[in-house]
Design a protein around this ligand. Structure first.
Ligand code: AP5
Ligand code: MG
Length: 248
């Protein structure tokens, strides 16, 4: 299963990603988390990203594309991944298309969490309260001023991805204004048809010769098992008729 979660800051991408990785045994690839880790570690990428993130702007495409290119090739991403916060520009989405095509991989779905702008400040404040309660350091971009910048970056640069993926027939939109469990239910409702019994994804399943042959093999086994019974029934009926005729 390979997915993208789309939505403005505070829409619930990280929250839903956590549930999807538990359900499908895939990994969460959050560019926001990776960049924050780079900032905390003081790496060259972190040094480049720090001030940009603090202003609520987008880190340059080449930086995040390089991070994702490296990350999707790692062993733990082989079973699948949920991209949380990537892509964020059409140019990132095109780069992702190329990265996947080079590896012979396909996306299964793009899930958009639809939320009213008016709820986002509350969501950010909720996260600040949750992180403080856990004794974690609050995100420097979780405040009303930076949220404005993040929102305008979203509208100008990320929202066009809704049309980009709708045009490819991949977009599934979900109401992100309801309770967290209800959002999860709606997301998984969209994904369920993509996951045949036994896991994996429909796209990958139909491509493997082994799985493509399985239904036919099962059907022929069923025919073999049921054929002798039919002959027995016919044979018994014939015998009964013969006995009746002899008696008469
Ligand atoms: P990133 O970390 O991706 O931040 P974001 O997109 O602004 O999104 P958030 O993490 O704030 O929100 P979320 O949707 O994950 O919500 P959450 O689940 O936590 O990016 C940060 C920065 O890094 C960017 O501004 C940019 O500078 C840079 N960056 C990252 N990726 C980049 C890229 N690809 N290109 C360029 N730059 C990039 O939920 C929020 C709160 O709401 C929580 O408290 C949660 O409990 C609550 N909540 C969630 N759902 C519900 C619900 N249904 N009902 C009630 N409460 C809910
Ligand atoms: Mg997040």
């Amino acid at each position: 299963m390979r997915l993208i979660l789309l939505g403005p800051p505070g829409a619930g991408k990280g929250t839903q990603a956590q549930r999807l990785i538990a359900k499908y045994g895939i990994v969460q690839l959050s560019t926001g988390d990776m960049l924050r880790a780079a900032v905390a570690a003081g790496t060259p990428v972190g040094l480049r990203a720090k001030s940009v993130m603090e202003r609520g702007e987008l880190v340059p495409d080449d930086v995040v594309v390089a991070i994702i290119a490296d990350r999707i090739g790692q062993r733990d991403a082989k079973r699948g991944f949920v991209l949380d916060g990537f892509p964020r520009t059409v140019s990132q989405a095109e780069a992702l298309d190329r990265l996947l095509a080079e590896r012979g991989l396909e996306l299964d779905a793009v899930v958009e969490l639809k939320v009213d702008e008016s709820i986002l400040l509350q969501r950010i404040e909720k996260r600040v309260a949750e992180m403080s309660a856990r004794g974690e350091k609050v995100r420097p971009d979780d405040n009303p001023e930076v949220l404005k910048g993040r929102l305008s970056a979203y509208k100008a640069q990320t929202a066009p991805l809704v049309d980009y993926y709708a045009g490819k027939g991949m977009l599934k939109s979900v109401n992100g204004m309801v309770a967290i469990d209800a959002v999860t239910g709606a997301v998984m409702g969209h994904l369920a048809p993509l996951v045949p019994r036994g896991g994996g994804s429909v796209r990958r399943k139909v491509k493997t010769r082994k799985t493509a042959k399985r239904p036919a093999a099962k059907a022929s086994a069923r025919r073999k098992r049921s054929a002798p019974k039919k002959r027995n029934k016919v044979g018994k009926a014939k015998n009964r008729t013969r006995r009746r005729l002899t008696r008469a």
